[in-house]
Design a protein around this ligand. Structure first.
Ligand SMILES: [Zn+2]
Length: 77
């Protein structure tokens, strides 16, 4: 497992949950708990949720993505 600043950046201030995909790349759920504003972003493949949602739904989708994602692309912006 190779970790890098690109796949494991510093935790953002609004980080709620950090999951890791199959290669160890961070999948971050951010936003404010209790609001309809929690998106997720994968630092392995660059996928970003289409919109924010309540944490309980975003958490499940982010976890589903982390479980399946094998990417660790190191030059995503
Ligand atoms: Zn991914």
């Amino acid at each position: 497992m190779k970790l890098s600043p690109n796949t494991n950046p510093p935790e953002p201030d609004d980080l709620l949950i950090r999951l890791h995909n199959q290669t160890g790349a961070a999948v971050d759920v951010t936003g404010t708990d209790g609001s309809f504003s929690c998106p997720w972003r994968c630092h392995g493949c660059g996928e970003i949720s289409a919109s924010g949602d309540y944490l309980e739904y975003t958490r499940q989708r982010a976890n589903d993505h982390a479980t399946l994602c094998r990417a660790s692309y190191h030059r995503l912006g």
